[in-house]
Design a protein around this ligand. Sequence first.
Ligand SMILES: Cc1cc2nc3c(=O)[nH]c(=O)nc-3n(C[C@H](O)[C@H](O)[C@H](O)COP(=O)(O)OP(=O)(O)OC[C@H]3O[C@@H](n4cnc5c(N)ncnc54)[C@H](O)[C@@H]3O)c2cc1C
Length: 404
Amino acid sequence: MTSIKDSEMTGAEAGQAEVDVAIVGAGLAGTTLATLLARAGRKVALIDPHQTHPDEFRAEKIGTGQGRLFEKLGLNSIVLPLLTPMDDIHVFRLGQLFSRDRRVEYGFSYGALINGLRAALPPQVPVTVGKVAEITTGPDKQRLVLNTGAIIEARLLVVATGHSEAVRRAIGVRRVEISKAHSLSIGFDLAVSPSECTYQTVTCFARRPEDRIAYISVFPIKGTMRANMFGYRQAGEAWTKAFRQDPQKMLCEMMPEIAAQCGNFKISGPVEIRPIDLTRTEGHRRDGVVFIGDAFCTTCPTPGVGIARVMTDVDQLHSVHIPRWFETPGMAADKISAFYDDPVKAATDEDGMRASQYARAITIGTGLEWRVRRLRNNTARQLMIIGRKMRNFGQRPATVAEMQ
Ligand SMILES: Cc1cc2nc3c(=O)[nH]c(=O)nc-3n(C[C@H](O)[C@H](O)[C@H](O)COP(=O)(O)OP(=O)(O)OC[C@H]3O[C@@H](n4cnc5c(N)ncnc54)[C@H](O)[C@@H]3O)c2cc1C
């Protein structure tokens, strides 16, 4: 048996439940898995310390591929009303308009997405509000005691607690840092409204490697223009402090090519800055318990691979592994290992990790290989821009909208 501090009773009604699957953590992974398992007729308990997910800065934009994952899982009717679609993305590179992508992407506020998913949970799976105070895991039965005094017994325990360490640590798994302080994600609202902004959506890559910034993405979430900027800076360094003090000035200097069209980067509301570590888990092959989403590994937001990783875990677990595991008695580690060895899951995790490392190296890598790659990529892009200008030579100077 493992105990977690803070086992004090809250006064909430203490009960006892026996379920097929107990899911700890009602974030994206936990809530979507609970929905799918309940739809498939499984008895599920979903536990989280908060009734309402806080409106914290996490993923705020997904592309077409990630959108299709929600569709594949039959979650579109829940998720689509929570998303702001966009399909006209102006991409700036080397200080100039490089392309105009007409693919569909979606903006959203993470808290609103999770709370929307929770509100749509099947009625037989309410969020059980509480903290896990004791955990006992084994090859046949898992037992959770919450700080409310409630006891939940399950055949399978799913840990979906994101970055949080308490439950992971209590079970005895370790987070291994692959790249500490790998990147910095910065999020803020622009004072300009979507109708006042020249672009529906704009992605602008930094011109100079010495800025240590990959790109900024400016996009609508409902009636607000939101900006996400991803870079390779430390949270405590002078640049970050200066950015907090005067983000408008630094953005106008760094990305003058889009400043005027983005309301001169006048910002409303707080600037949220999150350091990101790349991590994986060790010691997770255990009886009775499986780790998914960010509770299993964390990647970097710059290439936008987190949501695909989380949703692939959910998909493989609910459609392939859990049905198989429940066909026979017991829930020993060798059964559970099939999930970690699943080629689809493993490839998605590896791709996410590789993309996270690549995005950093191609932006700021100082070795010869990365300098040469940057030079090659930028030369090819510059030639494409010159080619387009030559095709348009002699014509009246085009407006941004006409350039495509
Ligand atoms: C700043 C930032 C920007 C990002 N941008 C992108 C992006 O643009 N694109 C992309 O694809 N990915 C992005 N990501 C990654 C993406 O947000 C995550 O991969 C994804 O949200 C993880 O989902 P999850 O369900 O594993 O964890 P979460 O959604 O964090 O859920 C964890 C849940 O566990 C609960 N919990 C915690 N402790 C306990 C406990 N002791 N007991 C019970 N419950 C507990 C929490 O309350 C929470 O509800 C970003 C991440 C960050 C930090």
